[in-house]
Design a protein around this ligand. Structure first.
Ligand code: C2E
Ligand code: CA
Ligand code: CA
Ligand code: CA
Length: 284
């Protein structure tokens, strides 16, 4: 069995033991999925929020919602250990719905308290290909009384390329509704530039793997600068994820990158902690 340490770094300390060599139908996997079904209903899934900051004004413009599973016996289970599993089953639908709804409810509370934060939610390929997805999202916005402009959806390149024509149509409906759309982990997948040009998206999130090594690896630094330029030429906002130190921050700023996210600014935090951090950053 693999032992995955979920470090104190991510605000949750715990050790999870899973056998990652099992196929989908193994009793362990089925057991975990069964537990996940229950966990969604019983509120064991919690969201942590990581801020995104504008590099020039140093204003906090929004947060990314990242799910964690607060398991009664296993401790905090990181998304990498259950999202890929859920993505292979229809369970990803109620899970994503729960994450969007929880993030929107939080956004509405923040708005009522004078904290203007856009919330970003990660969306899986399977969500994007689901017939009811757009209507579900629009219904949740109405139900929570949150303007569409306050919601951002992050979609990976591979999710789009699974069915580019269909993705383009779905993303078009979401964009028309006023939702901000980002391509996550950009550069790690294989979006053709021909498709990129036609996608109704607003942001490119440069994959962490390039950002993390841009101060030590010349070609990664060149790739980041090229992506920033490409994004700007296409009229897109560029976001760097995984900014871990001041040197990287300075390089990105010099490269003209618009927004940054990473441990150098703040780790993903529970809502209450994020509020304290945000208020301190704003000088409240
Ligand atoms: P992602 O969307 O690329 O999210 C960024 C990940 O990088 C997060 O890991 C975040 O905690 C981590 N991170 C942020 N800043 C830094 C940094 O400076 N250095 C390093 N090394 N890491 C940093 P997390 O929360 O464990 O999430 C992992 C992945 O799980 C996410 O990658 C996303 O693909 C998926 N995920 C998380 N929450 C959800 C969700 O609600 N729905 C779906 N479908 N996927 C989710
Ligand atoms: Ca993301
Ligand atoms: Ca990412
Ligand atoms: Ca990722």
């Amino acid at each position: 069995a693999d032992i995955a340490m979920y470090s104190a770094k991510d605000r949750g300390v715990g050790v999870c033991v899973f056998d990652t060599g099992l196929d989908d139908h193994s009793p362990e996997r089925l057991g975990l999925l069964g537990e996940l079904r229950r966990a969604i209903d019983s509120g064991e899934l919690v969201l942590h929020y990581q801020p995104k900051m504008a590099m020039v004004s140093e204003e906090v413009c929004g947060v990314e919602a990242l799910v964690r599973w607060q398991h009664p016996e296993r401790g905090i289970i990181p998304p990498a250990l259950f999202i890929p599993l859920a993505e292979r089953t229809p369970l990803i639908h109620p899970l994503t719905r729960y994450v969007i709804d929880t993030a929107l409810a939080q956004c509405a509370r923040w708005q009522a308290e004078g904290r203007t934060l856009q919330v970003a939610v990660n969306v899986s390929a399977r969500n994007l290909l689901d017939d009811g997805f757009v209507d579900d999202v629009l219904e949740l916005l109405v139900r929570r009384g949150v303007p569409a402009a306050c919601l951002e959806l992050e979609v990976t390149e591979s999710a789009i390329m699974a069915d580019p024509a269909r993705a383009q149509q779905i993303l078009g409906r979401l964009a028309d509704a006023g939702i901000t759309l980002s391509i996550d982990d950009f550069g790690a997948g294989y979006t053709s530039l021909a498709h990129l040009k036609d996608l109704p998206i607003h942001q490119l999130k440069i994959d962490r793997s390039f950002v993390a090594s841009m101060t030590t690896d010349r070609s990664d630094a060149l790739i980041v600068r090229a992506v920033v330029e490409l994004g700007h030429n296409l009229g897109l906002t560029t976001v760097a994820e995984g900014v871990e130190d001041e040197a990287t921050w300075q390089r990105l700023r010099a490269a003209g990158c618009d927004l940054a996210q990473g441990y150098h600014l703040a780790r993903p935090m529970p809502a209450s902690e994020l509020e304290g951090w945000y208020d301190a950053t704003r000088g409240v």
